[in-house]
Design a protein around this ligand. Structure first.
Ligand code: DX5
Ligand code: ZN
Length: 224
C-alpha cells in the first residue's frame, strides 16, 4: 500500500495533552499553528481506566474554535450521551466497536442527529469488525495504543490493520477518513501514512512541544 502524496493529511491535535487550565488559549494556539480538526477524548473511568471530560466542556469550548470538533467517545454505554455531544457542538462523533452490542444502531443515531459517524477499533479488534458498518460511517479510527492515556508508545502491530482498513475503504468507493490515534509523532507518521492513514491524531507530539506550528508541520512530513 503506497502513500498518496496527493491526499492532504489531516492533523487533529488531541487536547488531552493540552494545559487544561488554559484550554481556550490552547485551542487558539493550535488553530493558528495549522491544525485541521480538534480531537476531543471523552473517557468515563469504565470503558477505559481514566476520566477526562464530558459534553459540558465540549460545549464551553465550541465558541472558541472554528475548526471541526472530532469527538472520540471512550465510554460505555455511549447511546444515552450521543444527543448531548451532538448538542454540545461535535461535528464528528466516534464510538468504539467494543463499547456495546449495538454499534450499528449507535452509528445510525449519530447520523440521525446530523453528525458524521465514526467507528473506533481497539488494538485487539480486527479490521473485519467493520465489515457490516462501513456503509454507515464517515470515519474509521484505528487505535495505535490502548485507549485511556496520552503519551504511550505506538504499537507497530497496528500497521497491517491500517493497510487492511485502507483496502476496505477503497473497495467501498465511499469517502471515509482513516484516522490513527496514539503515539503519533514525526517518527511514526510516515509509517502510518505509508500504510494508508490520512488523518493523524496527536497529543504529546504537539502539546508537549514549545512550537506547535513546527510540530504540526513535522507530522505532515514538512521539514522543521
Ligand atoms: C488515547 C487517546 C488519544 C491520546 C493520544 O486514549 O484517544 O487521543 O490523546 O495521545 P498521544 O498523542 O500522546 O499518544
Ligand atoms: Zn482519541
Amino acid at each position: 500500500m503506497s502513500e498518496r502524496p496527493d491526499t492532504p493529511v489531516v492533523v487533529a491535535p488531541s487536547i488531552l495533552a493540552a494545559d487544561f487550565s488554559r484550554l481556550r488559549e490552547e485551542l487558539h494556539a493550535v488553530e493558528a499553528a495549522g491544525a485541521d480538526w480538534i480531537h476531543l477524548d471523552v473517557m468515563d473511568g469504565h470503558f477505559v481506566p481514566n476520566i477526562s471530560f464530558g459534553p459540558v466542556v465540549v460545549k464551553s469550548l465550541r465558541p472558541h474554535s472554528r475548526l471541526p470538533f472530532d469527538v472520540h467517545l471512550m465510554i460505555a454505554p455511549a447511546d444515552p450521551y450521543l444527543a448531548a455531544f451532538a448538542d454540545a457542538g461535535a461535528d464528528r462523533i466516534s464510538v468504539h466497536a467494543e463499547a456495546g452490542p449495538h454499534l450499528h444502531r449507535s452509528l445510525q443515531t449519530i447520523r440521525a442527529l446530523g453528525k458524521r459517524p465514526g467507528v473506533v477499533l481497539n488494538p485487539a479488534t480486527p479490521a473485519e469488525a467493520l465489515a457490516h458498518v462501513l456503509d454507515l460511517v464517515d470515519l474509521v479510527l484505528v487505535m495505535t495504543v490502548n485507549p485511556g492515556f496520552g503519551g504511550q508508545s505506538f504499537l507497530d502491530s497496528q500497521l497491517s490493520k491500517i493497510a487492511a482498513v485502507r483496502h476496505m475503504i477503497d473497495a467501498s468507493g465511499r469517502s471515509i477518513a482513516l484516522e490513527v490515534d496514539g503515539g503519533i509523532a514525526p517518527e511514526t507518521s510516515p509509517r502510518v501514512r505509508q500504510a494508508g492513514a490520512d488523518t493523524l491524531v496527536a497529543g504529546t507530539s504537539i502539546f508537549g512541544t514549545h512550537d506547535y506550528a513546527a510540530a504540526i508541520a513535522a507530522l505532515r512530513g514538512a521539514p522543521r
